[in-house]
Ligand binder design. Structure first.
Ligand code: ADP
Ligand code: GLC
Length: 477
C-alpha cells in the first residue's frame, strides 16, 4: 500500500471550475478503491462546499504566518481531505483564481505559494501527524512549487506532477521571488525562472521525479512549439520522465441509468427514452419542442482553447441548417456578449445559458443528440467522454484527448463497431461546418446513428485502468 499526498487547487464536489476538479475528485477515490492510503490537500476557500463534518487537525507556522489545517472527508467517497485554512488568503468569495470581474486575485503568487509550503511540511511529516507519504502527486501550476521545494529536502517522498493544461503556467513578476522566499538554488533559468518571471509550472516540470499529462497525444503535442508555450524544449529534455495517462470519468456521477439530474433514465436498450430528456432540454431552453430536429449541445469554459471563435464564426451558416443548438458556459465576456447577440437573433434554433449550472450540464448530456467540442487544443477533455456514455455523439477536433477517446465514423469503423463520433482535423470554421453536415447526414440514417450511439455507450472510460497506471508509476518511483 502506498501513502499518497494528493495536492490540488480544486476537487469536485468541494469546489470546481473545470475538469481539473472532476479528475481530482475521482482519481483519489479510484486509488482508495485500489486500497491505497490517500490524503487530498486543498485550500479552504469560502466557496468550498462540504456536507461532512470539519474538524481542527493541527496548526503550524510557515513564513511567519499561523495556519490551521482542518480535516474532513469527500462527501461522496470518504477520501480524507485536509483543508488549509488561512482566511487572509483563501476566504475570498466565488472563484478560487479570479475575482468577480474575471481578473486574477492580485496575490495569487502568495496564495498558492503558501499552499505549496504547507503541502511540503505535510509531505515531510513535520506537522505532528505521524504520516509520511511515499509519493506527492501535484496537479497544475498552483502546486508547481511543491516538487521544487521538496527537491531541497533530505529523505523526501517521490514527486509526480500532472499537467492538466499547459496554457496556464502561474507566471509572476520578479517581486514574487522575494515575497515567497524562493531559495537561491531554485532561482535560475534552468530552475523556476522563465524570461525573468517566476514560473510555478516550471517547479513541476523541472523538479518532479515524473511528469504526466492527461492523454498520450497531448504528451507528444506539448513537446512542440505549437502547444508548449516556450516550454517544449524543457519537456523534450524530460521526455524519458514524461508520459500520458488518459483521464477516466466518474461513473457514479455520469451514468444515464442513475443520474439524479435528468428527468428520464435510460440505457442502450431503452434509447427511445432519451427523447424525453430531449423534450425537457428544448423546453428548458425555450426552443420549439420537436423530436425530429437534431439538437446539438455545448458545455464549457468560454475561452479560446475551446474553439468558441469557430462556433461564433460559423453560427449564422450553421443555423441555416435544420438543427438546434443549446450552449451552457461562462468565461470570456466578449464571447458571452457575441453568443448572447446571436441567440437573440436566432431564437428558434439557438439558445444559451451563461453561468455555471451542474444540473443543466447533465440535462444537456442526456438530452442532446450530438455534442460540439471543436477545441484548439484539449489536454484530455471530459465532456466528450460523458457524451459518449450518454449516447450523445461528440463532434470533436482531432487534438489531445479528443483524438484519443473518440473514433471517427467511417464505413470501416461502422463495420467493426468502433465508430463513436465525428472527428475533424483543421481548426477552421469551414472544417467544423463540414463535420456538422456529416453529422446531420448520419443522423438521417437511423441504423448507422443507433450503432454509433451503442458503440459510444459501450466504451469503457472508467477510472480503474488509469488509476492502475498511476499506481504502477508510483511503484516504479
Ligand atoms: P476543462 O477542464 O478544460 O474546462 P473538461 O472537458 O476537462 O474541460 O471539463 C470541464 C468540466 O466542467 C466538465 O465536467 C463540464 O461539464 C464542466 N463545466 C464546464 N462549464 C460548465 C458550466 N458552465 N456549467 C456546468 N458545468 C460546466
Ligand atoms: C484541463 C484541460 C482538460 C482536461 C482537464 C482535466 O482543464 O483543459 O482538457 O480534461 O484539465 O485533466
Amino acid at each position: 500500500m502506498k501513502k499518497i499526498l494528493f495536492v490540488t487547487s480544486e476537487a469536485h464536489p468541494l469546489i470546481k471550475t473545470g475538469g481539473l476538479a472532476d479528475v481530482c475528485g475521482s482519481l483519489p477515490k479510484a486509488l482508495v478503491a485500489l486500497s491505497q492510503d490517500v490524503r487530498l490537500i486543498i485550500p479552504y476557500y469560502q466557496a468550498l462546499k462540504t456536507t461532512e463534518n470539519v474538524r481542527f487537525l493541527f496548526s503550524l507556522r510557515v513564513d511567519n504566518r499561523s495556519i490551521n489545517v482542518l480535516e474532513t472527508v469527500m462527501p461522496d467517497s470518504g477520501v480524507i481531505v485536509w483543508l488549509v485554512d488561512y482566511p487572509g488568503y483563501y476566504n475570498y468569495p466565488g472563484n478560487p483564481y479570479v475575482d468577480e470581474k474575471g481578473e486574477p486575485w492580485e496575490n495569487n503568487a502568495e496564495r498558492f505559494g503558501l499552499f505549496c509550503r504547507i503541502a511540503v511540511e505535510v509531505a515531510m511529516n513535520r506537522v505532528g501527524q505521524d504520516w509520511k507519504p511515499d509519493v506527492v502527486h501535484c496537479n497544475d501550476w498552483q502546486t508547481g512549487l511543491v516538487p521544487a521545494f521538496l527537491s531541497l529536502e533530505y529523505e523526501r517522498p517521490s514527486t509526480v506532477f500532472t499537467i492538466h493544461n499547459m496554457a496556464y503556467q502561474g507566471l509572476f513578476p520578479l517581486s514574487a521571488v522575494g515575497s515567497l522566499f524562493i531559495p537561491g538554488q531554485l532561482w535560475h533559468p534552468g530552475g523556476l525562472e522563465f524570461h525573468e518571471m517566476l514560473s510555478f509550472i516550471k517547479g513541476g516540470l523541472v523538479y518532479a521525479d515524473y511528469i504526466t499529462t492527461v492523454s498520450p497525444t497531448y504528451a507528444l503535442e506539448i513537446q512542440t512549439a505549437e502547444f508548449g508555450y516556450g516550454l517544449e524544449g524543457l519537456l523534450e529534455y524530460r521526455q524519458a520522465s514524461l508520459g500520458g495517462i488518459i483521464n477516466g470519468i466518474d461513473l457514479d456521477q455520469w451514468n444515464s441509468e442513475t443520474d439524479p439530474y435528468i428527468p428520464q433514465l435510460y440505457s442502450e436498450t431503452s434509447l427511445a427514452d432519451k427523447l424525453i430528456n430531449k423534450t425537457a432540454l428544448q423546453t428548458q431552453f425555450g426552443l420549439p419542442v420537436n423530436n425530429k430536429i437534431p439538437l446539438l449541445g455545448l458545455i464549457g469554459r468560454l475561452v479560446e482553447q475551446k474553439g468558441i471563435d469557430l462556433i461564433i464564426e460559423c453560427l449564422p451558416e450553421m443555423l441555416t441548417l435544420d438543427l438546434q443548438l443549446v450552449l451552457l458556459g461562462s468565461g470570456d465576456k466578449e464571447y458571452e456578449q457575441q453568443l448572447q447577440g446571436l441567440a437573440d437573433l436566432y431564437p428558434d434554433n439557438f439558445a444559451i445559458t451563461l453561468g455555471y449550472n451542474e444540473a443543466l450540464a447533465h440535462l444537456i448530456e442526456a438530452g442532446a443528440d450530438a455534442f460540439l467540442m471543436p477545441s484548439k487544443f484539449e489536454p484530455c477533455g471530459l465532456n466528450q467522454m460523458y457524451s459518449q456514455r450518454y449516447g450523445t455523439i461528440p463532434i470533436v477536433r482531432k487534438t489531445g484527448g479528443l483524438a484519443d477517446t473518440v473514433t471517427d465514423t467511417l464505413p470501416e469503423t461502422l463495420d467493426n463497431e468502433t465508430a463513436s463520433g465525428i472527428v475533424f482535423n483543421e481548426a477552421s470554421a469551414s472544417a467544423l461546418l463540414e463535420a456538422i453536415k456529416r453529422c446531420l447526414i448520419l443522423y438521417d440514417m437511423p441504423e448507422a446513428w443507433r450503432s454509433m450511439q451503442i458503440n459510444a455507450m459501450r466504451k469503457d472510460f472508467s477510472w480503474q485502468r488509469s488509476a492502475e497506471d498511476y499506481l504502477a508509476l508510483y511503484e516504479r518511483l
